[in-house]
Design a protein around this ligand. Structure first.
Ligand code: URA
Length: 304
Protein backbone atom coordinates (compact mmCIF):
# COMPACT_ATOMS: atom_id res chain seq x y z
CA UNK A 1 0.00 0.00 0.00
CA UNK A 2 1.32 3.49 -0.84
CA UNK A 3 1.95 6.03 1.94
CA UNK A 4 -0.89 8.22 0.59
CA UNK A 5 -3.32 5.29 0.66
CA UNK A 6 -2.30 4.47 4.23
CA UNK A 7 -2.86 8.11 5.26
CA UNK A 8 -6.28 8.02 3.67
CA UNK A 9 -7.05 4.76 5.37
CA UNK A 10 -5.96 6.14 8.75
CA UNK A 11 -8.01 9.28 8.22
CA UNK A 12 -11.14 7.39 7.28
CA UNK A 13 -10.47 5.01 10.21
CA UNK A 14 -10.46 7.92 12.67
CA UNK A 15 -13.54 9.44 10.99
CA UNK A 16 -15.35 6.10 11.39
CA UNK A 17 -14.29 5.90 15.05
CA UNK A 18 -15.50 9.43 15.64
CA UNK A 19 -18.85 8.71 13.99
CA UNK A 20 -19.21 5.50 16.05
CA UNK A 21 -18.46 7.37 19.29
CA UNK A 22 -20.82 10.19 18.35
CA UNK A 23 -23.57 7.70 17.51
CA UNK A 24 -23.09 5.91 20.86
CA UNK A 25 -23.24 9.23 22.69
CA UNK A 26 -26.41 10.25 20.84
CA UNK A 27 -28.03 6.88 21.47
CA UNK A 28 -27.20 7.30 25.15
CA UNK A 29 -28.81 10.75 25.17
CA UNK A 30 -31.82 9.39 23.28
CA UNK A 31 -32.25 6.63 25.87
CA UNK A 32 -32.07 9.34 28.54
CA UNK A 33 -35.04 11.03 26.88
CA UNK A 34 -33.25 13.75 24.91
CA UNK A 35 -35.09 14.15 21.61
CA UNK A 36 -33.49 17.24 20.18
CA UNK A 37 -30.37 19.29 20.71
CA UNK A 38 -30.71 23.03 20.31
CA UNK A 39 -28.46 24.74 17.86
CA UNK A 40 -27.31 28.16 19.07
CA UNK A 41 -27.66 31.07 16.70
CA UNK A 42 -24.11 31.82 17.63
CA UNK A 43 -21.93 30.10 15.11
CA UNK A 44 -18.35 30.28 14.04
CA UNK A 45 -17.66 33.46 12.14
CA UNK A 46 -16.71 33.26 8.51
CA UNK A 47 -13.44 35.03 7.80
CA UNK A 48 -13.98 38.21 5.87
CA UNK A 49 -10.53 38.31 4.33
CA UNK A 50 -11.29 35.28 2.20
CA UNK A 51 -11.22 36.29 -1.46
CA UNK A 52 -14.86 35.30 -1.95
CA UNK A 53 -16.94 35.75 1.18
CA UNK A 54 -18.54 32.31 1.48
CA UNK A 55 -21.87 33.48 2.71
CA UNK A 56 -24.42 32.99 0.03
CA UNK A 57 -27.66 31.65 1.32
CA UNK A 58 -29.13 29.99 -1.75
CA UNK A 59 -27.61 26.56 -1.43
CA UNK A 60 -28.74 24.37 1.46
CA UNK A 61 -25.10 23.87 2.46
CA UNK A 62 -24.81 27.59 3.02
CA UNK A 63 -27.51 27.49 5.60
CA UNK A 64 -25.46 25.07 7.67
CA UNK A 65 -22.84 27.73 8.20
CA UNK A 66 -20.34 26.11 5.83
CA UNK A 67 -18.33 27.86 3.22
CA UNK A 68 -20.04 27.70 -0.14
CA UNK A 69 -18.11 27.99 -3.35
CA UNK A 70 -20.21 30.53 -5.18
CA UNK A 71 -19.20 33.82 -6.68
CA UNK A 72 -20.81 36.98 -5.33
CA UNK A 73 -24.02 37.85 -7.04
CA UNK A 74 -24.33 41.12 -8.89
CA UNK A 75 -26.05 43.82 -6.92
CA UNK A 76 -29.28 44.19 -8.83
CA UNK A 77 -31.77 46.76 -7.70
CA UNK A 78 -32.71 46.38 -4.09
CA UNK A 79 -36.46 46.44 -4.57
CA UNK A 80 -36.40 43.77 -7.24
CA UNK A 81 -34.75 41.04 -5.25
CA UNK A 82 -35.38 37.53 -6.39
CA UNK A 83 -37.50 35.42 -4.07
CA UNK A 84 -35.33 33.21 -1.94
CA UNK A 85 -35.42 29.66 -3.27
CA UNK A 86 -37.43 27.16 -1.29
CA UNK A 87 -38.01 24.71 0.12
CA UNK A 88 -36.93 26.02 3.46
CA UNK A 89 -35.04 24.04 6.03
CA UNK A 90 -36.01 23.29 9.60
CA UNK A 91 -33.90 25.00 12.24
CA UNK A 92 -33.63 23.94 15.88
CA UNK A 93 -31.48 20.82 15.80
CA UNK A 94 -27.75 20.27 15.63
CA UNK A 95 -28.49 17.62 13.06
CA UNK A 96 -30.64 19.65 10.73
CA UNK A 97 -29.73 22.52 8.51
CA UNK A 98 -30.63 25.85 10.08
CA UNK A 99 -33.13 27.97 8.24
CA UNK A 100 -36.85 28.36 8.11
CA UNK A 101 -39.59 25.83 8.52
CA UNK A 102 -41.65 27.04 5.59
CA UNK A 103 -41.06 28.14 2.04
CA UNK A 104 -40.64 31.89 1.56
CA UNK A 105 -43.82 33.88 1.09
CA UNK A 106 -44.57 35.25 -2.35
CA UNK A 107 -43.36 38.85 -2.51
CA UNK A 108 -46.85 40.20 -3.17
CA UNK A 109 -48.23 38.67 0.03
CA UNK A 110 -45.60 40.11 2.33
CA UNK A 111 -46.98 43.65 2.82
CA UNK A 112 -50.42 42.45 3.90
CA UNK A 113 -49.03 39.76 6.20
CA UNK A 114 -46.70 42.30 7.78
CA UNK A 115 -49.67 44.64 8.26
CA UNK A 116 -51.55 41.94 10.14
CA UNK A 117 -48.49 41.33 12.31
CA UNK A 118 -48.11 45.08 12.93
CA UNK A 119 -51.73 45.20 14.10
CA UNK A 120 -51.05 42.35 16.50
CA UNK A 121 -47.98 44.18 17.81
CA UNK A 122 -49.93 47.43 18.19
CA UNK A 123 -52.18 45.89 20.84
CA UNK A 124 -49.52 43.82 22.56
CA UNK A 125 -49.50 44.04 26.35
CA UNK A 126 -47.00 41.29 27.11
CA UNK A 127 -44.80 43.84 28.91
CA UNK A 128 -47.37 45.64 31.05
CA UNK A 129 -45.02 48.46 31.99
CA UNK A 130 -43.97 49.18 28.39
CA UNK A 131 -47.55 48.96 27.16
CA UNK A 132 -48.61 51.45 29.83
CA UNK A 133 -45.88 53.98 29.08
CA UNK A 134 -45.59 53.88 25.28
CA UNK A 135 -47.29 56.36 22.99
CA UNK A 136 -47.47 53.67 20.33
CA UNK A 137 -45.57 50.63 19.15
CA UNK A 138 -42.80 51.05 16.57
CA UNK A 139 -43.04 48.15 14.16
CA UNK A 140 -40.59 48.79 11.31
CA UNK A 141 -39.75 50.97 8.37
CA UNK A 142 -38.81 50.13 4.81
CA UNK A 143 -39.46 47.59 2.13
CA UNK A 144 -41.11 44.21 2.77
CA UNK A 145 -38.98 42.86 -0.08
CA UNK A 146 -35.70 44.33 1.12
CA UNK A 147 -32.48 42.45 0.51
CA UNK A 148 -31.00 43.99 3.63
CA UNK A 149 -32.44 44.31 7.12
CA UNK A 150 -31.02 46.52 9.86
CA UNK A 151 -31.88 45.62 13.43
CA UNK A 152 -31.42 48.03 16.31
CA UNK A 153 -32.26 47.96 20.00
CA UNK A 154 -35.49 49.75 20.86
CA UNK A 155 -37.38 52.93 20.01
CA UNK A 156 -36.37 56.16 21.70
CA UNK A 157 -38.47 59.27 22.34
CA UNK A 158 -38.62 60.37 18.68
CA UNK A 159 -39.58 56.90 17.50
CA UNK A 160 -42.20 56.56 20.23
CA UNK A 161 -43.69 59.87 19.08
CA UNK A 162 -43.66 59.11 15.34
CA UNK A 163 -44.09 55.33 15.31
CA UNK A 164 -41.12 55.00 12.93
CA UNK A 165 -37.78 53.41 13.91
CA UNK A 166 -34.55 55.35 13.73
CA UNK A 167 -35.84 58.87 13.12
CA UNK A 168 -33.97 60.72 15.91
CA UNK A 169 -30.31 61.76 15.84
CA UNK A 170 -29.10 58.15 15.74
CA UNK A 171 -31.67 57.51 13.04
CA UNK A 172 -30.35 60.38 10.96
CA UNK A 173 -26.88 58.89 11.19
CA UNK A 174 -28.21 55.46 10.21
CA UNK A 175 -29.99 57.07 7.24
CA UNK A 176 -26.70 58.70 6.21
CA UNK A 177 -24.89 55.37 6.53
CA UNK A 178 -27.48 53.78 4.24
CA UNK A 179 -27.77 56.58 1.71
CA UNK A 180 -24.45 58.43 1.68
CA UNK A 181 -22.32 55.46 2.76
CA UNK A 182 -23.92 52.53 0.95
CA UNK A 183 -25.57 54.44 -1.87
CA UNK A 184 -28.99 52.91 -1.13
CA UNK A 185 -32.35 54.44 -0.42
CA UNK A 186 -33.61 54.14 3.13
CA UNK A 187 -37.00 52.95 1.86
CA UNK A 188 -35.36 50.02 0.06
CA UNK A 189 -33.93 48.42 3.20
CA UNK A 190 -35.96 47.18 6.17
CA UNK A 191 -35.35 48.62 9.62
CA UNK A 192 -36.62 47.07 12.85
CA UNK A 193 -35.70 46.77 16.50
CA UNK A 194 -35.43 44.08 19.16
CA UNK A 195 -38.19 45.86 21.13
CA UNK A 196 -41.28 47.45 19.58
CA UNK A 197 -41.92 49.68 22.60
CA UNK A 198 -39.83 52.44 24.05
CA UNK A 199 -38.29 51.47 27.39
CA UNK A 200 -38.91 54.33 29.86
CA UNK A 201 -35.92 56.68 30.22
CA UNK A 202 -34.42 54.88 27.21
CA UNK A 203 -33.07 52.20 29.51
CA UNK A 204 -31.73 48.98 28.04
CA UNK A 205 -34.36 46.31 27.32
CA UNK A 206 -34.61 43.70 30.05
CA UNK A 207 -34.13 40.04 29.17
CA UNK A 208 -37.81 39.42 29.81
CA UNK A 209 -38.88 42.26 27.51
CA UNK A 210 -36.56 41.03 24.79
CA UNK A 211 -37.90 37.48 25.16
CA UNK A 212 -41.48 38.76 24.96
CA UNK A 213 -40.82 40.82 21.86
CA UNK A 214 -38.39 38.61 19.95
CA UNK A 215 -41.07 36.38 18.41
CA UNK A 216 -42.40 39.43 16.53
CA UNK A 217 -38.98 40.19 15.08
CA UNK A 218 -38.47 36.54 14.24
CA UNK A 219 -41.71 36.62 12.30
CA UNK A 220 -40.68 39.81 10.51
CA UNK A 221 -37.42 38.14 9.48
CA UNK A 222 -39.26 35.00 8.44
CA UNK A 223 -41.71 36.99 6.31
CA UNK A 224 -39.08 39.16 4.66
CA UNK A 225 -36.27 36.62 4.37
CA UNK A 226 -33.66 39.30 3.81
CA UNK A 227 -30.51 38.16 2.06
CA UNK A 228 -28.42 40.04 4.60
CA UNK A 229 -28.84 41.26 8.16
CA UNK A 230 -26.87 44.04 9.81
CA UNK A 231 -27.11 44.11 13.60
CA UNK A 232 -26.66 47.53 15.12
CA UNK A 233 -24.97 47.38 18.49
CA UNK A 234 -24.51 45.09 21.43
CA UNK A 235 -28.16 44.58 22.40
CA UNK A 236 -29.25 43.42 18.94
CA UNK A 237 -26.24 41.11 18.81
CA UNK A 238 -26.92 39.73 22.27
CA UNK A 239 -30.50 38.76 21.53
CA UNK A 240 -30.12 37.58 17.94
CA UNK A 241 -26.72 35.88 18.03
CA UNK A 242 -26.80 34.94 21.69
CA UNK A 243 -23.38 36.28 22.59
CA UNK A 244 -22.24 38.98 24.97
CA UNK A 245 -18.78 39.27 23.44
CA UNK A 246 -17.75 42.87 22.88
CA UNK A 247 -18.54 44.62 19.61
CA UNK A 248 -14.81 45.13 19.10
CA UNK A 249 -14.35 41.34 19.05
CA UNK A 250 -17.43 40.67 16.94
CA UNK A 251 -17.36 43.27 14.22
CA UNK A 252 -15.68 42.72 10.87
CA UNK A 253 -16.81 39.08 10.55
CA UNK A 254 -19.78 37.22 9.15
CA UNK A 255 -22.24 35.25 11.23
CA UNK A 256 -25.48 33.55 10.35
CA UNK A 257 -28.91 34.09 11.76
CA UNK A 258 -31.23 31.32 10.56
CA UNK A 259 -28.78 30.79 7.74
CA UNK A 260 -28.89 34.46 6.74
CA UNK A 261 -25.45 36.08 6.44
CA UNK A 262 -25.30 38.55 9.29
CA UNK A 263 -22.80 41.26 10.05
CA UNK A 264 -22.57 43.37 13.17
CA UNK A 265 -21.53 46.96 13.55
CA UNK A 266 -21.68 49.74 16.09
CA UNK A 267 -25.03 51.27 16.96
CA UNK A 268 -25.38 54.76 15.45
CA UNK A 269 -25.99 56.21 18.94
CA UNK A 270 -22.60 54.82 19.97
CA UNK A 271 -21.06 56.37 16.86
CA UNK A 272 -22.52 59.75 17.83
CA UNK A 273 -20.80 59.45 21.20
CA UNK A 274 -17.59 57.98 19.73
CA UNK A 275 -17.07 59.46 16.27
CA UNK A 276 -13.63 57.82 15.97
CA UNK A 277 -15.43 54.48 15.63
CA UNK A 278 -17.11 55.69 12.43
CA UNK A 279 -14.19 54.44 10.38
CA UNK A 280 -14.72 50.92 11.83
CA UNK A 281 -18.41 51.11 11.00
CA UNK A 282 -17.51 52.19 7.49
CA UNK A 283 -15.24 49.14 7.17
CA UNK A 284 -18.15 46.94 8.29
CA UNK A 285 -20.44 48.54 5.73
CA UNK A 286 -17.86 47.97 3.02
CA UNK A 287 -17.74 44.25 3.86
CA UNK A 288 -21.51 44.22 3.60
CA UNK A 289 -21.52 46.16 0.33
CA UNK A 290 -18.94 43.83 -1.19
CA UNK A 291 -21.04 40.81 -0.30
CA UNK A 292 -24.17 42.48 -1.69
CA UNK A 293 -22.35 43.30 -4.90
CA UNK A 294 -22.72 47.04 -4.33
CA UNK A 295 -20.01 49.33 -5.63
CA UNK A 296 -17.63 50.36 -2.87
CA UNK A 297 -15.92 53.72 -3.40
CA UNK A 298 -12.21 53.28 -2.87
CA UNK A 299 -12.10 56.05 -0.26
CA UNK A 300 -14.82 58.14 1.39
CA UNK A 301 -14.26 61.86 1.83
CA UNK A 302 -12.77 62.61 5.26
CA UNK A 303 -12.12 58.95 6.04
CA UNK A 304 -9.01 56.82 5.66
N1 URA B 1 -32.18 53.34 18.58
C1 URA B 1 -32.61 52.13 18.24
O1 URA B 1 -31.99 51.12 18.57
N2 URA B 1 -33.74 52.03 17.55
C2 URA B 1 -34.42 53.08 17.16
O2 URA B 1 -35.44 52.90 16.51
C3 URA B 1 -33.94 54.35 17.51
C4 URA B 1 -32.82 54.46 18.22
Amino acid sequence: MHGDDRDLDDASGSARRLIRELRQRLEGLHRAGVRDLPRPNWIEPVRTDDPVPPIFPQAPAAAAGHAVEQPPRPAGDLPTRKPAPGPALAATSLFQEPGFETAPLPLVERPSILRVLAEEVAICTKCANLAATRTQTVFADGSPTARLMFIGEAPGADEDRTGIPFVGRAGQLLTDMITKGMGLKRQDVYIANILKCRPPENREPSGEEAANCLPYLERQIDIIRPEFICLLGRVAVQYLLGTTLSMGKLRGKWYRYQGIPTIVTYHPAYLLRNPVAKKDAWEDLQILMNAMGLPVPSRKKGQD
